[in-house]
Ligand binder design. Structure first.
Ligand code: SF4
Ligand code: SF4
Length: 202
C-alpha cells in the first residue's frame, strides 16, 4: 500500500528543502518506527530518527534545529538499512547538520561543531591532520581544557603522536579544494533554499 503525507504552504517547505539537498523524499515515511528501534544512539537523543523526520514532515524547523539528535547521530546507517521505504535517514541527518550550519543556527550542543571546525582547520592548514594541534584547539574552544590531557605525553612517548606537524606537499591544492567546497556549499545552500521555497508555492 502506498502512503503519502500531503501538506501545503510553509509546512511543506522544510521537507522540500531537505529533498532538494538530499534527493530524499520524506513524504514516503509512514512513521513505522523501524529506524528508531534500531538506532544505537536513541537513548542519548532528544528524539529518535522517527520523530525527527516527523518534525521535518510538519515543517517544524525550530523544533528540528533544537534537537541534539542530528549531532549525536553516528552515521552508522542502521536506520537506513532497516527502513522498509528505502529512506536514507542517515543522509537526512547529515543534511540537517549542514542546514543548521549554513543557516547559522545556534546548535544544541557545541562539541561536535567545535570538533568539525578544528579537524577541518588542521587539514586545511597542514594538508593532513596534526593531532596534537587539533586536540589543543579542541580543548581550548570546547572549554574542556584538560580533556584527555594525561594521555598526550604517553602517546608521544610511544610514538603514537608526532611532536611537530608533517605538512603535505600538496597543501596548496588542498586549500584550493577547501575554497571551492566553501563556494559550492554556499551556492548549493542558496539554490536549495530557493527550490524549497518555490516548491512550497511561496
Ligand atoms: S523506518 Fe522508514 S518509514 Fe519507518 S519511520 Fe523510519 S524513515 Fe519512516
Ligand atoms: S545513522 Fe544515526 S540515526 Fe541512523 S541508526 Fe545510526 S546513529 Fe541512529
Amino acid at each position: 500500500m502506498k502512503y503519502e503525507i500531503r501538506l501545503s504552504g510553509d509546512e511543506v517547505r522544510l521537507m522540500q528543502e531537505v529533498k532538494a539537498r538530499s534527493g530524499v523524499d520524506l513524504a514516503r515515511c509512514y512513521q513505522c518506527g523501524e529506524c528508531t528501534a534500531g538506532c544505537p544512539m536513541t537513548p542519548e537523543m532528544d528524539a529518535g530518527p522517527t520523530k525527527t523526520l516527523r518534525l521535518i514532515q510538519l515543517g517544524m524547523e525550530k523544533a528540528l534545529f533544537d534537537l541534539n539528535t542530528p549531532w549525536l547521530c553516528a552515521s552508522c546507517e542502521t536506520c537506513t538499512a532497516r527502513c522498509p521505504n528505502d529512506i536514507d535517514i542517515a543522509l537526512v541527518m547529515d543534511i540537517v547538520r549542514q542546514m543548521a550550519r549554513l543557516k547559522g543556527k545556534k546548535l544544541p550542543i557545541k562539541e561536535p561543531r567545535v570538533f568539525q571546525d578544528v579537524f577541518l582547520k588542521s587539514v586545511e592548514n597542514h594538508g593532513r591532520l596534526y593531532e596534537p594541534g587539533m586536540i589543543a584547539f579542541y580543548n581550548l574552544h570546547s572549554g574542556d581544557l584538560f580533556h584527555d590531557v594525561a594521555l598526550g605525553p604517553k602517546m608521544l612517548l610511544k610514538g603514537k603522536l608526532p611532536l611537530l606537524p608533517h605538512t603535505s606537499k600538496n597543501r596548496e591544492k588542498l586549500r584550493e579544494i577547501f575554497r571551492k567546497a566553501e563556494a559550492f556549499e554556499k551556492e548549493a545552500g542558496k539554490k536549495a533554499s530557493q527550490e524549497g521555497h518555490d516548491e512550497s508555492g511561496h
